[in-house]
Design a protein around this ligand. Structure first.
Ligand code: AR6
Length: 381
């Protein structure tokens, strides 16, 4: 995953470089600076003494002493003076300068603390925004794995408006799903069994669902509705062949066939996740790189998905692509279904995703900020 937000002590990070939130003397101090110098040992200070300090918004690199990383990049963030003294520009410059220094030293992975958000008093939600924007902008044009390391829960804040908007949305939707009684669940299973009787020996079921159990959080009604809704769209899609392959077979979520050879059976598989993804990238007029970068997905993983038509992504990866493609909810569900997943109101993670899609906010990094704030897995891979 090109950008990850994680909780850790930055001195424990085994990345090529870690970034220090230093002051302009570069001679050590409190906060993360103190932790890094203590963990690195005296050789770090000895090297810093030779650097002649550093201006605010800039960064300098040293070796890392006893730390597990190879380099320490000492970045000097701005002191918060109300926001009208070029703080944002200087903070952005800290991230960009550090990232370019890392690149120059062939680092493939870098870990940042939230620069300026401690002793220097930068409001935490704004410091996070600047960090995520600056790093994601860099990642649009460069290959690197960047970690934003959050030391303690209190040092991480998303904007109050966003937080309360999501909390309200979760409250409204989570409650619904949890009112389902056991009787209701049994009723749904029965319904599904009626619409999808158990296989007889001479028949086999192909399609998005290969078992008679509904996907977690998916009701049989939803499945029926889904199959009705997807049919016209799927027949339209059938006329657009996926790259390098024949047009997908005719639509239909459930199809019942006489058993034949395994090879014959496998030939009947619907358009796969990978095929649908590539088709949608083309339909949106995006390049592959634009899509996987917007999805916060590593280039190598994307190549695997592209070259293996039966690749099965994790749910966060599948959703990441739906976000990158800016798909509305119904199409997001279609794409997820190809990977065997659904969106459910029994899951906070799913509700948060739904919140962003309904609000047409497809900024994956902002979504990840929110997911992290609610202790959920992040999107991408
Ligand atoms: N790992 C990761 N993050 C940490 C760690 C750690 N071990 N320790 C603290 N943080 P700060 P600043 C977080 O105050 O605001 C020093 O004296 C912390 O929770 O370290 O840029 C320098 O010498 C906060 O979110 O840096 C400068 O004089 C973030 O790191 C001045 O402080 C930054 O907090 C720089 O102040």
């Amino acid at each position: 995953m090109p950008l990850q937000i994680i909780r850790n002590d930055i001195t424990k990070m085994n990345t090529d470089a870690i970034v220090n939130a230093a002051n302009s003397t570069l001679l050590g101090g409190g906060g993360v600076d103190g932790c890094i110098h203590r963990a690195a040992g005296p050789s770090l200070l000895a090297e810093c003494k030779k650097l002649g300090g550093c201006e605010t918004g800039n960064a300098k690199i040293t070796h890392a002493g006893n730390l597990p990383c190879k380099y320490v990049i000492h970045a000097v963030g701005p002191i918060w003076r109300g926001g009208n003294h070029g703080e944002e520009k200087k903070l952005t410059s800290c991230y960009h300068t550090s990232l370019f220094l890392a690149k120059k030293h062939h680092c493939r992975s870098v870990a940042f603390p939230l620069i300026s958000s401690g002793i220097y008093g930068y409001p935490k939600d704004q410091a996070l925004r600047v960090a995520v924007d600056a790093i994601s902008e860099f990642l649009m044009n460069h290959e690197m794995t960047v970690y934003l390391v959050i030391f303690d829960r209190n040092s991480y804040q998303i904007s109050e408006k966003l937080f309360s908007g999501i909390a309200q949305y979760i409250d409204d939707h989570y409650a619904d799903a949890h009112t389902d009684s056991r009787a209701e669940q049994i009723r749904r299973i029965r319904l599904l069994e009626e619409s999808h009787p158990k296989d007889t020996p001479d028949s086999v079921v192909y399609g998005a669902f290969q078992s008679s159990a509904p996907l977690p959080g998916f009701t049989s009604d939803e499945i029926t509705r889904e199959s009705q809704e997807t049919e016209p769209a799927a027949s339209h899609r059938a006329s657009v062949p996926a790259r390098g392959m024949a047009a997908p077979p005719p639509p239909g979520t459930f199809r019942r066939r006489k058993a034949g050879s395994l090879q014959e059976a496998l030939g009947q598989i619907d358009e796969s996740f990978s095929e649908m993804l590539l088709r949608k990238i083309d339909e949106k007029g995006m390049t592959d790189a634009q899509c996987y970068k917007k999805a916060n997905v590593d280039r190598k993983l994307f190549s695997k998905i592209r070259s293996n038509r039966l690749y099965k992504p994790s749910k966060p990866t599948a959703i990441a692509f739906a976000i990158a493609l800016e798909l509305p909810l119904d199409e997001t569900r279609d794409l997820l279904m190809k990977a065997g997943f659904a969106l459910s109101h029994s899951s906070k993670f799913d509700i948060i995703i739904e919140y962003f899609i309904e609000n047409q906010n497809y900024n994956i990094f902002e979504i990840n900020e929110a997911l992290f704030a609610f202790d959920q897995s992040l999107l991408g891979a």
